[in-house]
Ligand binder design. Structure first.
Ligand code: PQQ
Length: 681
């Protein structure tokens, strides 16, 4: 049966602005990224509850192409589900049966993967009218016919010759499709754009950081922002990408955007001499019709640690000191949980929700962090918490108005920040201004093991009024999925070990678990069709940590399959058991001169670590080079690393930055690391 002859369910109706504004009144649907514009990820459905969750079972599963990260939140409209897979592919399914209605592959060139910091991922689509909107890894915004999957329009939202990308889901506000982009690790300037949802015509663009002051500022507010920068920041873009989060308040008519880190991260390189560097690491409120600035709150002035404020922003009404306040809540990478007044941006409270060592507290009067002496690593390294993975990353949190708790996929990891004395911007690989060897896991096996024991992931239930934890569960791996909470008093979360779990929302007790056979990073959704409630989750291991820090996810279920799993009470479908064949270790002898190995390590930690893993330990998505057949032969290796033999898989030629000898030294280092493995077990 082909997709074309499956009838499109008749109950489907297009999504109007009004439906989006009132999405909370449609419990059976999940109409936008965070279910409603408030992005609470709270489902009012309660057919699945504490009483019967033990009877929850698989209703159906849908296999997707690929074996890399799945990060999308499905959108469910009147019995149809829309979601994205790897390489920006879009799928439309019958949400009752799992039948494929249509699929659209925007055919992202595989070579573009070299410009992606964090896997070939996508966090989902927006639906409006009869169209589905999608941002692609290579910077395009697409409108696709929701009924038949035909392309309606396509625009390029980023310049062709710069390492921009899109992984975040678009949002539609008052007929405008709002889209950001990524690339902050490579050297770009962040912005958000709005396009007319019908025609694809650009309506406005808001730059999050000022450009070259010799040229006219695109917006008067950037003149103010430019006074907070020093040096020639514009040369490497300055950063501030809006790569994931947005939310909207229809009453205040304010669109909130979450702004990313500096580019490069290291402020000494980016804006020598300091300054707040607005609007890096800020929440910025703009008018959705014009993109005009209204207010901002900067979580990390003078950002120097990759502490993005691109994390989810949840809107809620909270009772604070006897008054109902319209708040915006965020748990950004920097480790503080913020509650702000969303009308004015006024700081209400901020407390650490994970281990934090870069600042002691947030000043109640000014709303500014008290940064610890030395944390800026100006003269020597700073070993601190949180790491650039963040106390919380893009994995969605959820807020349950019944319990009053926010459920955060939180992380505790340290990081060694050290200025890169030899920093020079290069055209391939990341440009962060941090010494890659110093940041890497140490050689000493015992120190390595001690650090490894510190890498933790938690499900944290946070009370935003008291600003303290209500309960928490510690996972085996540091990198885990987003959360969903429901009126059935449940919290759902998948984890890196490949388990999809339900917890009692009040106390964190585990009440149900399913073996998904692959690590989960996406967030679940809930919906109903024909008055029956379903919970859906994309299961597919990936994203930044499995690429970059294999050491932190050793207990993970590696990603052998990409699937959508859908559950209901009484579901009894079984997943077929996967047959996993571990690769045996058989490295060539470790005989290269130490000097070459060490130089190879320096290059590896500059060009290779971001995808194949810090100190050559991969986390289950891309090949672990220590076990790769390509290290057994110098010619084979050169064919891939310099010859581009695997560019169709995204491994481009590094000839523009590496010589033959460089490539061979990297191979020598990887061979050495292959031998280290026996010791490190
Ligand atoms: N993406 C992930 C992921 O998908 O696992 C994790 C991160 C990104 C980060 O930790 C980032 O800092 C990050 N930064 C940018 C940026 O600065 O432009 C983009 C992205 C992205 O688009 O995925 C991530």
């Amino acid at each position: 049966k082909t997709a074309a002859n499956i009838p499109f369910p008749v109950q489907y109706q297009g999504i109007s602005d009004q439906r989006l504004v009132n999405a909370a009144n449609e419990p059976h649907n999940w109409l936008s990224h965070g279910r409603t514009y408030k992005e609470q990820r709270y489902s009012p459905l309660k057919q699945i509850s504490l009483e019967n969750v033990d009877q929850l079972g698989l209703s159906w599963a849908f296999d997707l192409e690929g074996t890399r990260g799945l990060e999308a939140t499905p959108i469910v409209v009147d019995g149809i589900m829309y979601f994205t897979g790897t390489w920006s592919r879009v799928y439309a399914l019958n949400a009752l049966t799992g039948e494929l209605l249509w699929k659209y592959d925007p055919k992202v060139p595989p070579e573009w993967a070299v410009h992606l910091c964090c896997d070939v991922v996508n966090r989902g689509v927006a639906v409006w009218g009869n169209q589905v909107y999608l941002g692609t890894l290579d910077g395009r915004l697409l409108a696709i016919n929701a009924k038949n999957g035909a392309l309606v329009w396509e625009v390029k939202t980023t310049p062709d010759d710069m390492p921009y990308s899109i992984t975040g889901a678009p949002r539609v506000v008052k007929g405008n499709v709002i889209i950001g982009n990524g690339g902050g690790e490579f050297g770009v300037r962040g912005y958000v754009s709005a396009y007319d949802a019908k025609s694809g015509q650009q309506k406005w663009r808001f730059f999050t950081v000022p450009g070259d002051p010799a040229k006219p500022f695109e917006d008067p507010i950037l003149e103010m922002a430019a006074k907070t920068w020093k040096g020639e920041w514009w040369k490497l873009g300055g950063g501030g990408t809006v790569w994931d989060s947005m939310s909207y308040d229809p009453e205040l008519d304010l669109l909130y955007i979450g702004v990313g880190n500096g580019s490069p991260w290291n402020q000494q390189v980016r804006s020598p001499g300091g300054g707040d560097n607005l609007f890096l690491s800020s929440i910025v409120a703009v008018k959705p019709d014009t993109g005009k600035y209204v207010w901002h709150y900067q979580t990390t002035p003078g950002e120097s640690w990759d502490y993005t404020a691109a994390q989810q922003m949840v809107l809620a009404e909270l009772e604070i000191e006897g008054k109902t306040r319209k708040v915006i809540m965020q748990a950004p990478k920097n480790g503080f949980f913020y509650v702000l007044d969303r009308e004015t941006g006024e700081f209400i409270s901020g407390k650490p929700f994970v281990k934090v060592s870069w600042a002691t507290h947030i000043d109640n009067e000014t709303g500014r962090p008290a940064v610890v002496e030395g944390a800026r690593y100006l003269h020597k390294n700073f070993m601190g918490f949180p790491s650039p993975f963040g106390g919380h990353n893009w994995h969605s949190m959820s807020f349950n108005p019944d319990t009053g708790l926010v459920y955060i996929p939180a992380m505790d990891l340290p990081f060694n920040f050290q200025h890169d004395e030899k920093f020079e911007a290069h055209p391939l690989g990341v440009n962060i201004g941090i010494d890659g060897v110093a940041a890497g896991m140490p050689e000493d096996v015992n120190v390595r093991k001690a650090i490894k024991a510190m890498l933790k992931g938690h499900l944290l239930a946070w009370d935003p009024i008291k600003q303290q934890a209500a309960w928490s569960v510690t996972h085996k791996t540091a990198w885990n999925g987003g959360t969903l909470t429901t009126a059935g008093s449940l919290v759902f979360q998948g984890n890196g070990e490949g388990k999809f779990i339900a917890y009692d929302a009040q106390n964190g007790q585990q009440v149900w678990s399913f073996d998904a056979q692959t690590g989960i990073v996406a967030a679940p959704v809930s919906y109903s069709v024909n008055n029956e409630q379903y919970v859906a989750i994309l299961a597919g291991w990936g994203g930044i940590m499995p690429l970059l820090l294999g050491e932190a996810v050793e207990e993970s279920a590696a990603n052998n399959t990409n699937r959508l799993l859908v559950f209901r009470i009484g579901g009894d479908k079984q997943l077929t058991k996967l047959n996993i064949i571990p690769r045996s270790l058989n490295p060539p002898p470790n005989i290269a001169p130490l000097e070459d190995i060490n130089y190879g390590r320096e290059l590896y930690q500059k060009y290779c670590f971001n995808c194949h893993g810090d100190t050559a330990v991969a986390g289950g998505v891309l090949p672990d080079l220590r076990n790769s057949p390509f290290i057994t032969n110098a010619d084979l290796w050169q064919n891939v690393v310099l010859g581009g033999a695997l560019s169709a898989k995204g491994m481009v030629s590094f000839k523009p930055v590496l010589s033959d000898k460089d490539a061979e030294d990297i191979r020598s280092y990887v061979i050495k690391r292959a031998h280290d493995q026996w010791q490190e077990r």
